[in-house]
Design a protein around this ligand. Structure first.
Ligand SMILES: Nc1ncnc2c1ncn2[C@@H]1O[C@H](COP(=O)(O)OP(=O)(O)OP(=O)(O)O)[C@@H](O)[C@H]1O
Ligand SMILES: [Mg+2]
Length: 414
């Protein structure tokens, strides 16, 4: 019998609206389903990855105020699958009383690499040397002045320089390594045509790339999952390893920085922090104020996944334990094969799913996306005791499913 004096003792129906319906939203919906939480996604198209997993679907642009209001009307709280939002629009919604988690001030930092660098540097957090190229001036300054500004920066910090579009980049798109004046000029001619705001930063001699996911509750309390090594090929994350080549001290320092970042940007939900280890230095590369590819391993590799904890946080529920569930975890992304290579997901001579599932302990996640070269189609996670065995099995299953590229050779590997 329900107690009249404790109405909250019954399980309250809860619902989360998600702006965007890609694979992150899909995995949020999967975690929500386990907890009996309803999900509504705002999809850009009816075949988006999260559509089959959501309780309810709206189709419309993520920048359209009326679509966002319709989403908010169907849920208790609105969260995000991606950063392609219009800050003016979401600010207006927040002013109207719509509960956005994370809120607009966090999104403002996460959507713009210039804002990110500036805010974190102002808080005393370690970032690569950088300069924001105010391309609002572009029509008057012109591409040559922009290239000269990159040259002036490089005169202090050295070539190569790294130039980045401040918005809209992902998987290395919008990141350019520039080796000298001529390359800077060529790049600026191109970007001037697209009039994309730019950031220039010092090229870091990276020893290890790593990432830390943090979950922060509405009361400001936070927990970090253990730091992981991320292996990038051509700017795309191919593999995540726990603990990988990270020693305890490096992992501890990275987790402390990540939790500080989460506090500085006042995050709610999951915040992922990508870092570079270079000699003794640990530098923040970028942040994402949402679940992130570098923490997919937590689905099987940690006590509570990033997706479940994101839902817990945005709904004001207690956060779950972030402890690892295995001594070693490897998670390998399944990418679409290059157009000339045989695409196993598109149908090869052997059945790719059978081949992947034949790998012992392989946890296969496929996002239901149409294969395109280089597109993230899924990931495979393997947990175990032996790092090389775990890695080999995760790669074997991922290669069966996607691009037949070899596992990158890591420094120090046998
Ligand atoms: N300053 C730098 N020095 C050296 N390498 C860099 C630097 N900045 C970025 N890189 C390399 O380029 C990759 C992509 O950069 P970054 O993470 O900024 O871009 P992105 O395309 O937005 O990535 P994501 O897909 O993670 O959002 C990094 O993982 C790193 O390998
Ligand atoms: Mg990155």
């Amino acid at each position: 019998m329900r107690s009249k004096s404790r109405p909250d003792a019954s399980v309250q129906p809860r619902s989360v609206g998600i702006v965007g319906a890609g694979q992150l939203a899909r995995m949020l919906c999967e975690a929500a389903s386990t907890l009996g939480i309803r999900t509504v996604v705002l999809a850009s198209a009816s075949d988006d990855a999260a559509v089959p997993a959501a309780s309810d679907v709206l189709v419309g642009p993520a920048t359209d105020p009326s679509a966002l209001r319709a989403l908010a009307a169907r849920c208790d709280v609105v969260t995000f699958d991606h950063e392609q939002v219009d800050l003016d629009v979401v600010s207006e919604l927040e002013r109207e009383g719509i509960v956005l988690r994370p809120g607009v001030e966090t999104l403002r930092v996460a959507v713009d690499k210039a804002e990110m660098r500036t805010r974190l540097a102002a808080a005393g957090l370690p970032v690569p040397a950088y300069e924001v190229l105010r391309v609002a001036d572009l029509p008057t300054r012109g591409a040559s002045e922009l290239a000269a500004a990159i040259g002036t920066f490089a005169a202090v910090h050295g070539w190569p320089a790294v130039v980045k579009a401040t918005r809209g980049g992902y998987d290395g798109k919008g990141v350019w390594r520039v080796d000298g004046e001529a390359a800077a000029r060529a790049l600026c001619d191109d970007t001037a045509r697209g009039s994309s705001p730019l950031l220039v930063e010092a090229h870091v001699d990276i020893d290890i790339e790593l990432a830390v996911a943090v979950v922060r509750g509405i009361d400001g309390s936070s927990l970090a999952w253990p730091a992981v090594e991320t292996v990038q090929v051509d700017g795309v994350c191919r593999e995540v390893r726990y603990p990988g080549r990270l020693d305890t001290d490096l992992a501890r320092r990275a987790a402390a920085i990540a939790r500080e970042v989460a506090a500085v940007v006042d995050a709610t939900g999951v915040l992922a922090v990508e870092l570079f280890a270079s000699g003794e230095r640990l530098l923040v590369n970028e942040i994402a104020a949402r679940p992130h590819n570098s923490a997919h391993w937590t689905i099987e590799g940690a006590t509570t996944s990033q997706f479940e904890n994101h839902l817990r946080a945005v709904l004001g529920l207690p956060l779950g334990d972030t402890a690892p569930a295995a001594a070693h975890v490897a998670s390998v992304n399944v990418l679409g094969a290059p157009s000339r290579a045989p695409s196993t997901l598109a149908g090869g001579s052997c059945d790719p799913m059978s081949a992947a599932l034949a790998v012992r302990g392989a946890h296969v996640h496929l996002y239901g996306k149409t294969p395109r070269p280089g597109r993230k189609l899924g990931h495979v996670t393997v947990c175990g005791d032996d790092p090389e065995d775990v890695r080999a099995r995760a790669w074997a299953a991922a290669q069966a499913l996607g691009a037949p590229s070899p596992a990158p050779v890591l420094p120090g590997a046998p």
